[in-house]
Design a protein around this ligand. Structure first.
Ligand code: CTP
Length: 423
């Protein structure tokens, strides 16, 4: 891990100031970032100039301040596309509810939002707004969308707000923002710590066709499995994601193999494993336990509809198959167990029954919102240990699991300390 100067060395930050009262912290933020060795260039939303003057921002950053999407001078000097690309990190501080919403929907109606849509660089935001606005389901949905897209969120703190109310919504303090930026670059430096690691992840539901229009399936969204694949790929692993029908895009840098049924999923996994050594397999898919005999023409109700009996056959167990001893067995095989009732006891039994190394047990009891939702509470059960992970976003569960994988397989331990500091 480098010194602050090494972490910052040559790193360029594009700081986007949106129009909230927390923009008055910009001078302190710019000064602190520059003291740590970062170069800072600023984009200001028009409303930000109500709280801090462009002249101050320009003087402190030592650079031109960009404000207007259609300014001929700005465009001549630096087009908005170039502006968004000539940075190592785009930091939005403060990020208002409005800018979060525009980012989530892909709206580009001023220079700040256009730069954020055009950038191909990592983006980190520090939201700042009134408590009710932060807690509003629309803002929370936007927060989830942005997290899912890989945007890092420096969570707002609790305190007295500019409007006089008290609650969550205050922009994180400047030292916290600077620490998150530094943690991001440390993580970036350790980006390739899993390079050479080959991973197989299953995700989403499977669907078992009954006839050309009907199928058996479940409500799995694929969020947890896709997040695990993304977290592995972010750290440089070579990841194949075998997934059932989901509405999520495959994470960047992952090789995706879409399948429909459990039997197809098994075949796809076996092909990946037989192609070359897989080091770690993480089975997150909610595989349908049964399939029905497929009728090639649509089953008709007939004149006098009688109850329909379907005979269901057990599907192959992919996790158990991959866990079997043999030359192709991955070094580490991990399952996710959806349980109600005594989680740990059932997970222990399931781990042994399936022959895998670890089980991440989730509570899917009604009311937990785990299945199909954004958050997850996990018990990690290994041969010798049990760890409780409190409720967190599925992306955070994925990051934590990947850090455990990295350390179990002897990859650099710097992954954990670097990642811990970034949400
Ligand atoms: N799994 C699998 N193939 C199956 C069924 C499950 O690979 N045919 C994997 C899942 O991907 C998950 C783990 O097994 O990693 C546990 O899934 P879960 O649904 O909790 O267990 P089941 O085997 O279906 O057992 P039960 O429903 O009886 O608890």
């Amino acid at each position: 891990m480098g010194t602050p100067e090494q972490t910052a060395c040559g790193r360029r930050i594009l700081l986007v100031l949106s129009g909230g009262i927390a923009a008055c912290k910009a001078p302190d933020l710019i000064r602190s970032l520059r003291e740590r060795g970062f170069s800072v260039r600023c984009v200001m939303a028009q409303a930000a100039a109500q709280f801090v003057t462009p002249l101050t921002v320009s003087a402190l950053s030592g650079d031109t301040v960009y404000q207007d999407l259609f300014s001929l001078t700005d465009e001549a000097q630096m087009g908005h596309i170039r502006l968004s690309r000539e940075a190592d990190l785009v930091l939005v501080a403060p990020c208002t509810a409005s800018l979060m919403a525009r980012m989530a929907t892909g709206l580009a109606d001023d220079l700040a939002s256009t730069v954020l849509l055009a950038t191909d660089k990592p983006v980190m935001i520090a939201p700042a707004m009134n408590t009710k606005m932060w807690e509003h389901p629309a803002t929370q949905a936007n927060r989830s969308t942005l997290l899912e897209r890989g945007i890092r969120i420096i969570e707002p703190g609790v305190g007295e707000l500019a409007c006089g109310e008290y609650g969550v919504g205050r922009m994180a303090e400047v030292p916290g923002i600077v620490a998150a930026v530094e943690a991001h670059f440390r993580l970036h430096q350790s980006r390739f710590v899993l390079s050479g690691l080959r991973a197989l992840v299953t995700s989403g539901p499977t669907i078992e066709a009954i006839d050309p229009v009907r199928f058996i399936s479940n409500h799995s969204s694929g969020r947890q499995g896709h997040a695990v694949a993304a977290a592995l790929a972010t750290l440089g692993a070579d990841v194949t994601l075998v997934h059932g029908p989901v509405s999520l895009p495959a994470p960047p840098g992952v090789s995706a193999v879409p399948v429909q049924s459990a039997r197809e999923m098994l075949q796809a996994c076996l092909s990946v494993i037989e192609e070359g050594k897989v080091d770690v397999a993480v089975c997150v898919a909610a595989v349908a336990d049964w399939y029905a005999h497929y009728t090639s023409s649509k089953i008709k109700k007939g004149q006098d509809p009688a109850p329909l009996s379907l005979s269901l056959h057990p599907n192959p167990d992919i996790l158990a198959t991959l866990s079997r001893p043999g030359p192709h067995r991955p070094r580490l095989v991990i399952g996710f167990a959806a349980e109600t009732g005594d989680l740990v006891e059932q997970a222990r039994a399931k781990r042994q029954r399936k022959g895998c190394d670890w089980i991440c047990a989730n509570d899917v009891s009604p009311g937990t919102g785990t299945f199909g939702g954004m958050r997850n509470t996990v018990y990690l059960v290994t041969e010798t240990t049990e760890e409780y992970w409190p409720a967190m976003d599925k992306t955070e569960v994925a990051d934590r699991l990947v850090r455990s994988v990295a350390s179990a397989l002897g990859y650099a331990s710097s992954v954990s300390s670097a990642a811990e500091k970034v949400s």
